[in-house]
Design a protein around this ligand. Structure first.
Ligand SMILES: *[C@@H]1O[C@H](CO)[C@@H](O)[C@H](O)[C@H]1NC(C)=O
Ligand SMILES: *[C@@H]1O[C@H](CO)[C@@H](O)[C@H](O)[C@H]1NC(C)=O
Ligand SMILES: *[C@@H]1O[C@H](CO)[C@@H](O)[C@H](O)[C@H]1NC(C)=O
Ligand SMILES: CC(=O)N[C@H]1CO[C@H](CO)[C@@H](O)[C@@H]1O
Length: 698
């Protein structure tokens, strides 16, 4: 029998009911060694990550509805400190950052929420979700037992908890939040902080518990999570790898089960099969797990400049809901069937006694019995071949590498290797931008040292100088060449991520690092003129780093320059942070008139801005720009950044890692939408198309 929870009702009454139950029954969440206890009931919970800033408020209701239809009970999200407090003390909870609206939408549809406050979150978000201004606080050491960091971390965590409490969003108040997370995968870096790591994690646990949310806290990948904080597993195979909770009174929870993996520019998509995910989830439940979260259930889009270093603009497009919020089969449907099979025997699972025994050399049974009648079984075959085993004197054929779920210990309701759903996604070109007269161009100026106001007799670190206000920073100096030899070797060392070198206004070379190694060396044969030469380097970051200990020490940009063997590292350098077009916001309707746009010419120079307008296609299907003809740059629609594009960074197979870039419908008016691109390299805007994204069923 399945216990029907009020929370799972989806109706206009959901809000009233939850408030009612919260008041009468006590919505406080507790736990024991078996599971979380919500509203007094033990629960097996399926959860999925959806990050509110990676979609639009207009998309949220549909994403949540599809998650619910897919059998999820919980939506998990991180809280993005850098987006909520971009300047110290100035908060932003508007639009895509309206976390309260997001959580209320989840509540309205009758699902629960896990809130991962962090506030360090990693999550492929620039600077791991930490605001860049933290960098400039004297004496700060991130994520350590350091007064400055702890002060700001506590202040922000308390701020978020208070925002949630004021909106009555904790389960203890009748709201949907049943679980909170403090820190994030700290076990990975704890050793680097020596004794300050352990004291920090103790402090973090105590601080979090002191915020009195009425719901439990978890720490993921933190085997030593102090009581009462629950240590949880992140990974692809928690059924095999998790050592389990660090106390018999804590349940076994899996907070990140990767449905795929994030993709970087230059990388290939990681395709994790629906069968493999289902196998590992079934195994985790069979081993008395009671909470599984899919990371990500919907990945979405890294709008604006929110992606971390080298991370692609499309985020977890391979998840059960794709970048556009469309159902991706077979993942979505297969997992839905898995959830239903497990839920149909949740009483046996939660209250039965678990025994496990071998059925063969690499075959196991996991049986949950609560009475002579209630029985559920998981039959596992970890071999890569099909095997027939005997279970309770009945033969069962187990496909290779699979688990059969028998909710009544007799009939197979689901096998993790038997996939029954399928579909395909297509992009249909709707609009071509192929008429030259509809494009206007603006050439970004290449500054020389005289044009700069920021000067230093050394090479400055780009992260601490640009402070994430732009991807771009110019490094310029003047070189007097008195040698008769016109051709010279110019060597530039960069700590990341991209470098374009201009001599006397002409591009002479470009180079870039990669996600694996942001640093690189660029060497070019260059022609210098007799006398003064203007040498200008445009260094670009592609998102800030997001992981590892001592993030505050990470640097980027130019670190050494030699011409014909002569070292110019400590030369008189001039700097310009950002591009002129960015400063004037020429990608907005009002900023656009601040510069003189010229008519389009076919020869494309580096650092060209392009603009045009277009009408929105009718209907509600998602839209994407096919930028396959472009190089590297950035796109705005009606003044909104839809992310970085980098088509010229090919995968090892020689293709672009990402050609299509999502334009959310809600950004568009019916006519006259302003499209602006900044192209760093070269590209052909006449071959751009606006495509309609749709599902074709098989
Ligand atoms: C829920 O927890 C809060 C905070 O700890 C407490 O004040 C409240 O009395 C609890 N409610 C119930 C019904 O136990
Ligand atoms: C170098 O820059 C200065 C100042 O912008 C300019 O006057 C000069 O002509 C430039 N030199 C060359 C060779 O382009
Ligand atoms: C990264 O690249 C730089 C420059 O090419 C090189 O010196 C360094 O050894 C590389 N680091 C790693 C870890 O490969
Ligand atoms: C240990 C590890 O690889 N953790 C990863 C889990 O997945 C999230 C999201 O993809 C990453 O941020 C972590 O690095």
């Amino acid at each position: 029998m399945v216990k029907v929870s009020w929370w799972r009702w989806s109706s206009p009454f959901a809000l009233i009911l939850t408030a009612f139950i919260g008041g009468v029954c006590g919505g406080n969440v507790t736990y024991d060694g078996r599971s979380l206890i919500v509203d007094g009931q033990h629960r097996i919970l399926f959860s999925g990550s959806i990050h509110y800033p990676r979609s639009t408020p207009q998309m949220w209701p549909n994403l949540i509805a599809k998650a619910k239809e897919g059998g999820l009970d919980v939506i998990q999200t991180y809280v993005f400190w850098n987006l909520h407090e971009p300047q110290q003390g100035q908060y932003n909870f508007r639009g895509r950052h309206n976390i309260v609206r997001f959580i209320k939408e989840i509540q309205a549809q009758g699902l629960y929420v896990t809130l991962r406050i962090g506030p360090y979150i990693e999550s492929e978000c620039t600077y791991g979700g930490l605001p860049i201004w933290l960098h400039d606080i004297p004496g700060i050491v991130f994520r350590s037992d350091n007064e400055q960091f702890k002060f700001h971390m506590q202040r922000f965590a308390a701020k978020i908890v208070n925002v949630m409490k004021s909106a009555n969003l904790y389960a203890s108040q009748g709201g949907p939040i049943i679980l909170s997370q403090i820190e994030n995968e700290y076990g990975n870096v704890e050793g680097a902080f020596h004794e300050k790591g352990l004291s920090y994690i103790r402090w973090a646990a105590q601080m979090a518990v002191g915020l009195q949310t009425g719901v439990p806290w978890v720490m993921c990948k933190q085997d030593n999570a102090p009581d009462p904080v629950i240590n949880t597993c992140n990974g692809m195979q928690c059924g095999t790898t998790f050592k389990g909770p660090n106390s018999p009174n804590k349940p076994s929870l899996w907070t990140e089960n990767w449905t795929s993996f994030y993709q970087v520019f230059g990388g290939v998509p990681y395709v994790r099969s629906a069968e493999d995910i289902a196998y590992n989830v079934a195994l985790f439940i069979a081993k008395r797990g009671s909470y599984v979260n899919y990371y990500m259930y919907h990945g979405g889009t890294n709008f604006d400049r929110i992606a971390s270093a080298f991370v692609m603009t499309a985020y977890y497009d391979e998840a059960p809901l794709d970048e556009y919020g469309l159902v991706r089969q077979p993942k979505w449907g297969h997992l839905k069937e898995l959830h239903a099979a497990i839920k149909s025997c949740s009483k046996s699972l939660l209250f039965g006694t678990q025994t496990s025994f071998s059925l063969g050399s690499r075959q196991n049974a996991y049986v949950f019995k609560s009475s002579s009648t209630e029985c559920a079984a998981f039959l596992e075959n970890s071999e890569d071949r099909s095997v027939t085993i005997q279970f309770q004197n009945i033969p069962y054929q187990l496909p290779p590498k699979s688990i059969s779920i028998l909710p009544d210990c007799k009939n197979v309701a689901f096998n993790t290797a038997k996939v029954r759903t399928q579909n395909d996604r297509s992009m249909k070109p709707h609009l071509q931008f192929n008429s030259a007269e509809k494009w206007k161009v603006y050439q970004e100026a290449i500054p020389s040292v005289d044009d700069t106001s920021l000067r230093a007799n050394k090479l400055l670190d780009q992260i601490s100088t640009a402070k994430d206000t732009s991807d771009y920073m110019w490094y310029t100096f003047r070189f007097n060449d008195n040698s008769p030899n016109a051709q010279s070797i110019l060597t530039a060392h960069s700590q990341g991520h991209v470098l374009h070198t201009f001599i006397n206004g002409n591009l002479v070379g470009s180079a870039h690092g990669s996600h694996k190694n942001a640093s690189f060396v660029m060497e070019n044969k260059v022609n210098l003129i007799q006398g003064a030469n203007n040498i200008s380097f445009l260094s670009a970051t592609v998102g800030l780093p997001n992981s590892g200990a001592y993030l505050e020490h990470k640097v980027a940009g130019l670190s050494g320059v030699k011409v014909q063997g002569r070292d110019f590292t400590n030369q008189a350098w001039g700097y310009q942070v950002g591009l002129l077009g960015e400063k004037l916001q020429i990608y907005t309707a009002s900023g656009s008139s601040k510069v003189h746009w010229e008519s389009f010419q076919s020869s494309t120079k580096p650092l060209t801005w392009y603009k045009t307008t277009f009408d929105a296609p009718e209907g509600n299907d998602p839209l994407a720009l096919n930028l396959g003809s472009m190089g590297k740059g950035y796109t705005w629609v009606n003044g909104q950044g839809i992310g970085r594009y980098w088509v010229s960074f090919h995968t090892p197979k020689g293709t672009a890692s990402q050609k299509w870039y999502h334009i959310p419908r809600s950004l568009l008016k019916s006519t006259g939408n302003l499209l602006v691109l900044l192209e760093e390299e070269s590209g052909n805007p006449l071959a751009i198309t606006l495509d309609i994204v749709y599902i074709t069923s098989q």
